[in-house]
Write a protein that binds this ligand. Structure first.
Ligand SMILES: CC(C)(COP(=O)(O)OP(=O)(O)OC[C@H]1O[C@@H](n2cnc3c(N)ncnc32)[C@H](O)[C@@H]1OP(=O)(O)O)[C@@H](O)C(=O)NCCC(=O)NCCS
Length: 165
């Protein structure tokens, strides 16, 4: 298993898995919201646009050139790394791949002198994130995309003013 950054060569395989997980695993989102993600904010072209730019951090778990998992985060802001999407190919779940992606992102954030990793999720996924060291911060009754969201975070260091440079 290798953790790689998204690049022009693995973009197609990544997007096949990303689309599959978005379509199959998020009953919380309507078909219209999913279409919006996949054709606008998180379309293949949008991912391509962000390659090499200092905003998104997309990590892939790969096995013999197959993409089996991904994490879409930002490159930290104000010392906080925010994760937008995490997914593992259905037949490869419960093999530590999700945890491995979270650990790699945490390492990336630490290198950026960040003090926290944060995300917004759903109740059904809280046990997984708790198992991976995240704490429940609170609940948004109607947050992003109108869903009931659980905000979870993990402190990974001390606030560091060098993050301002
Ligand atoms: C959630 C998801 C990313 C987890 O990835 P994974 O590779 O299966 O998880 P891991 O194998 O790394 O699990 C790490 C730990 O969490 C536990 N765990 C995994 N899924 C869990 C779940 N649904 N509930 C409770 N615990 C869970 C594992 O047993 C493991 O525990 P251990 O440390 O005792 O071994 C994966 O199930 C997935 O892609 N789901 C669909 C997409 C999704 O919901 N993404 C999250 C959106 S916020």
């Amino acid at each position: 298993m290798e953790i790689l950054d998204l690049n022009e060569d693995n973009l197609d395989s990544f997007f096949i898995l990303f689309e599959q997980v978005v379509r199959e695993d998020f009953s919380e989102y309507s078909g219209r919201i999913k279409n919006y993600f996949l054709t606008k904010d998180y379309s293949k072209d949008t991912f391509r646009y962000f390659l090499g730019k200092p905003y998104r951090k997309v990590l892939l778990a790969t096995e013999k050139d197959n993409v089996v998992g991904y994490l879409v985060g930002d490159q930290t802001y104000g010392g906080v790394g925010f994760i937008s999407f995490l997914g593992v190919e259905r037949t490869r779940r419960n093999n530590g791949i999700g945890r491995m992606l979270l650990d790699s992102y945490e390492k990336f954030c630490k290198n950026k002198k960040a003090h926290m990793v944060k995300l917004s999720t759903f109740k059904r996924l809280m046990p997984f994130y708790t198992q991976c060291g995240f704490k429940h911060i609170g609940e948004e009754e109607m947050g992003y995309w109108g869903t009931r969201n659980q905000i979870m975070g993990k402190i990974i260091g001390n606030w560091n003013e060098d993050t301002l440079s």
